[in-house]
Design a protein around this ligand. Structure first.
Ligand code: CA
Length: 261
């Protein structure tokens, strides 16, 4: 396997059985890993060892997972994948709002774990390390191309005609490719906090207020324009009850493993 540089993963998990499963999986797949069993130890390890990815269990013995995310986000954009039990769904959404990138729900399979790590590492290919996000002028993902400066979107070379809100949605998703964006986050970014105030003043052309129902409508219209098969979306994933994510389409999918991973 042409591994250029082994990714280091910080495993934060207090349950020995789950921890062993994760550690064994990472070892078997050539990743380097560090282990922390409390939230405070996780924050310390994230600071001193600069892992490439943090795999963060939400049910920790000392502090809230949201606190861990806030602490790490105060100095770093390192990817954080939250691991939570089904009962912790609300906590999962809170950590995503706090800046976590992705999530895994327990019980998860080894295959799911590895897929999430690969997705995250691929996303890093779009970003500089240490969170210095490259705000490049052109975004390319498979057949999709966005020229941010010109405001032009093409799919397979054909220009797409998007409404202003569809374009904003697409830009938001593409700037966060690989990352799960919660409904709340998207609503805040697209329509702003004013969308909840019940006032149409200052809204562009009396555009509909931002609520979940209209977000779904706009997302549906956007998908019709960018997805060849909306039943099997290639670019935008739905995370039921959570939000949406743009997937980075692997340009080398047919040509072997991604050299960056
Ligand atoms: Ca736990």
């Amino acid at each position: 396997m042409p591994v250029v540089q082994k990714a280091t993963i910080l495993v934060v998990e207090d349950d020995p059985e789950v921890r062993n499963l994760i550690v064994t999986t990472l070892d078997a797949n050539g990743y380097r890993r560090l282990v922390a069993t409390t939230g405070r130890a996780a924050i310390a390890a994230a600071a001193t060892d600069s892992p490439d990815i943090v795999l963060l269990d939400l049910g920790l013995p000392d502090i809230d997972g949201v606190e861990v995310v806030h602490a790490i986000r105060s100095w770093s954009q390192m990817p954080i994948i939250v691991v939570s039990a089904r009962a912790e769904d609300q906590d999962k959404i809170r950590t995503l709002d706090a800046g976590a990138d992705d999530y895994l729900t327990k019980p998860f399979s080894v295959g799911e774990l590895l897929a999430r790590i690969r997705t995250t590492l691929r996303r890093l290919g779009y970003q500089r390390p240490d969170g210095a996000q490259e705000q490049s002028q052109v975004f390319v993902n498979g057949d999709l191309r966005i020229d941010y400066a010109a405001g032009v979107v093409t799919l397979g070379g054909e220009e797409l005609h998007l409404t202003p809100i569809e374009y904003k949605l697409l830009c938001l998703l593409s700037r966060n490719v690989g990352k799960v964006l919660t409904h709340q986050y998207i609503l805040d970014q697209i329509w702003g906090d004013a969308s909840y105030a019940g006032s149409d003043q200052g809204r562009e052309g009396g555009a509909p207020k931002g609520d979940l129902a209209s977000l779904r409508v706009y997302m549906g219209m956007l998908r019709k324009k960018i997805e060849k098969d909306t039943a099997h979306p290639r670019y935008i994933q739905t995370h039921v009850g959570v939000g949406y994510r743009m997937i980075s389409v692997d340009p080398n999918a047919a040509a072997g493993p991604d050299p960056r991973s």
